[in-house]
Design a binder for this molecule. Structure first.
Ligand SMILES: Cc1ncc(COP(=O)(O)O)c(C=O)c1O
Length: 378
């Protein structure tokens, strides 16, 4: 594996790449909060007043009050009983799984789950069975094969970054045994989905009783850090049993300060979510009008069908000519050939969205190599 190209964000929607400044339609800074003056000021203020880090686990001498404050505000923001902050989003499901080790006879995992969940599943100390991507019928079949009595945990992403689809939580809960739990990696859903940005649960109309929601502060919230949202007893168990909580230095203090600023900014501004939805809907509709089949997904991730290699190369060139960095990804095993995946921001302007649509329009009916991996739904 060679090093990836370097890419440097320079302005709200632009990056420096190979000496050029190009429009940017990738990354997960959905609201462009990572460069927001309020977050930068919060990080600076904490840095100058309190320093860089606590240099100790929270369970020894590193439990700075800012972490408790952040957890309190997270619990309020997400309307849940308690929150635990982890050094990053990858560790959030791992910490939750370490807290739950030994509780389950079987884990079922969506085959397209993020690596964080794959690693988390290995911490559960039980057999792990894959089911087909977003397929509640396949899940039901596998549950039938397991039989009774069993204690089940299901692991899935909420909003899948590879194609923008959403896990059908309602359908899963219908087929899961009554006492089963869902361990949800909602890294892309938190702050984005649902009326109040509370993520995939809110979008799917599912309450928290049977779902542990994990997330990151590095995407919608523009800062950094991981979170586990759940009941107080889960929090107690993470503090008591999760090695990646017990044995790590917590989030650097300025990032905790920036996360608080990000939460407050996004909380008070549903307007950002409205702009994000409007932009993504407008862009998707424009693509469909130009002949691209792209799924009706509720978030800001717009993946195009895989094209013949010659077509992909032509589209890349066309985008570069239009001053746009080509967001072409080989994302996971489902897409070894790669595909274009546009990530829309609330801060993209209409002329910027039009520029991307203009570059793509001519290829709307160019030859494809396959259909979308899965038909997504709202
Ligand atoms: C689905 C998913 N889970 C977890 C993570 C990890 O989050 P973080 O970057 O905060 O470690 C990512 C990051 O890209 C992700 O896409």
């Amino acid at each position: 594996m060679t090093d990836p190209d370097t890419l440097e964000p320079v302005r709200t929607n632009e990056v420096r790449w190979r000496g050029r400044t190009l429009l940017h339609f990738s990354g997960c800074d959905y609201f462009r909060m990572a460069r927001h003056p309020a977050l930068r000021a919060a990080a600076r203020s904490v840095l100058s007043g309190r320093g860089l880090n606590v240099a100790a686990s929270r369970l020894t001498t590193g439990n700075h009050p800012i972490y408790g404050q952040l957890e309190l505000e997270l619990a309020r923001w997400f309307d849940c009983e308690s929150a635990v902050v982890l050094p990053d989003g990858y560790l959030a499901p791992v910490a939750a799984a370490q807290a739950l080790t030994g509780d389950f006879t079987h884990a079922l995992i969506d085959e397209a789950s993020h690596g964080a969940l794959v690693d988390a599943s290995r911490m559960l100390d039980c057999p792990v069975i894959q089911f087909k991507h977003r397929d509640a019928l396949d899940l039901a079949q596998r549950l039938q094969n397991i039989g009774q009595p069993s204690r089940i945990v299901l692991l899935t992403d909420g909003l899948f970054a590879r194609d923008g689809s959403v896990a059908p939580l309602q359908a899963y809960l219908k087929v899961l045994p009554a006492r089963a739990l869902i361990l949800l990696d909602d890294a892309h859903g938190v702050g984005i989905l649902g009326e109040n940005g509370r993520g995939t649960l809110e979008h799917e109309g599912v309450d928290r009783r049977r779902v542990i929601q994990c997330g990151t502060l590095s995407k919608a919230f523009g800062a950094y850090g991981g979170m586990v949202l759940g009941v107080r007893s889960l929090r107690d168990r993470i503090l008591g049993r999760s090695r990646c909580f017990i044995g790590t230095t917590p989030l650097p203090l300025p990032l905790a300060g920036a996360a608080l600023a990000g939460l407050r900014l996004l909380g008070s501004a549903g307007a950002r979510r409205v702009r994000l939805r409007r932009n993504a809907g407008w862009f998707r509709a424009g693509l469909q009008e130009a002949g691209w089949e792209c799924a009706e997904t509720p978030g800001p991730i717009v993946r195009l069908p895989m094209c013949a290699e010659k077509v992909s190369e032509a589209v890349k060139l066309r985008l570069l000519e239009a001053g746009i960095y080509p967001p072409f990804l080989r994302y996971g095993a489902g897409s070894p050939q790669g595909a274009f995946r546009f990530v829309i921001s609330s801060e993209h302007t209409l002329p910027q969205l039009r520029a991307a649509l203009g570059a793509l329009a001519a290829y709307g009916s160019a030859p494809r190599t396959g259909t979308m991996a899965s038909k997504s739904r709202r």
